[in-house]
Design a protein around this ligand. Structure first.
Ligand code: DO4
Ligand code: MG
Length: 320
């Protein structure tokens, strides 16, 4: 089961629901994912496991058995949106795998910073995106026009509620400019935060359905002209940090009243000789959690529809 956010093609309303076996059922009385993330874990779990109870039909009616119609909507009847909204922020962790540390040491003018943060008690955490800037499966990710060495970063994302409890998981792509960050680590916000830099899979897998988040396979393939131009894989077992500690640091310094998403770092980074290019397709899979398949574009113009999508979710379709 996954928590999804979608625009219903029948009435264009944005709803939150659950997806099971490719069918989507709305959750009654739930207007946003951020609303769900205000609930304690036990309450959220009870609500989702009881879905069903109180779910509404695509026409807004409540079924007597509590189910949406009988078995929900086919995916073709909805436009799946990124499963993040409202005040929920996306953050990211850095240098949580040895491979990431080694790659930064190779690319950076300030190698020490990365070796030190890999060993330090305090992890590297950085702001990645507000909810509205996130793209999802099928939408473009971007490389900056002023970069020149760019990679996708496939990562397990944890979804924390307002209490800092891990309630779910997503697949993330923390698109990054190695050229800009490599020049000076203080350029990290420009290397990491720009239009089309943050992709999240379409559904949130509830934490209680994942048997062991510390042992999930993650894979990346970059497809160019129909051929695999680069591929790699890792496992969360190789992570040098534990997930609750990363979330704990995120919640130490501020409140997250609508919860937060936290990408947990990459363990897959191509050699310096490889860079993404316009027209590539980035394929990411986090086993049991989610997939992302996104075409690569250059610059901010191909992401201009994100602004239009603030008022019309179907504006996203121009990019798919
Ligand atoms: O220090 C730079 C960020 C590293 C990062 O994003 C990662 O390791 O995934
Ligand atoms: Mg990263």
């Amino acid at each position: 089961m996954e928590i999804v956010r979608y625009a219903d093609r029948s009435d264009r309303a944005v709803r939150v629901g659950v997806r099971r076996a490719g069918r989507v059922s709305p959750l009654a009385g739930v207007g946003s994912v951020s609303e769900l993330l205000r609930l304690p874990l036990a309450e959220l779990r009870g609500l989702l496991e009881g879905a069903g109870a109180g779910a509404v039909g695509s026409d807004g009616s409540v079924g007597t058995d509590g189910r949406s119609g009988s078995d929900g909507l086919d995916e073709s009847q909805v436009l799946l949106l990124p499963p993040v909204d409202g005040l929920t922020e996306v953050w990211a962790s850095g240098v949580t795998y040895e491979r990431s540390m080694a790659a930064r040491v190779e690319e950076s003018s300030q190698k020490d910073a990365y070796q030190k943060v890999y060993e330090a008690e305090r992890p590297e955490l950085f702001f990645k995106a507000p909810a509205w800037r996130v793209v999802t499966d099928g939408e473009p990710v971007a490389i900056r026009i002023d970069s020149g060495l760019d990679v996708p970063e496939p990562e397990l994302g944890v979804v924390a509620n307002a209490y800092g409890e891990i309630v779910g998981y997503v697949a993330c792509n923390d698109m990054s400019s190695r050229a800009i960050e490599g020049e000076n680590p203080l350029y990290l916000p420009q290397a990491k935060v720009y239009a089309g830099s943050c992709a999240i899979s379409t559904g949130i897998r509830p934490a209680w359905e994942i048997s062991d988040a510390t042992s999930l396979d993650i894979s990346l393939a970059v497809v160019r002209d129909g051929q695999t131009a680069w591929k790699g894989e890792t496992s969360t077992a190789r992570m040098h940090r534990d997930l609750p500690t990363l979330v704990d640091y995120l919640f130490r310094g501020d409140a997250h009243p609508a919860g937060a998403f936290l990408a947990t770092g990459t363990g897959i980074i191509p050699e310096m000789s490889f860079t993404l290019a316009a027209g590539d397709r980035v394929e990411i899979e986090v086993a049991e959690v989610g997939v992302l398949s996104n075409p690569v574009v250059v610059g901010k113009e191909p992401l201009a529809w994100l602004v239009d999508a603030l008022s019309d979710p179907f504006a996203r379709e121009v990019a798919r």
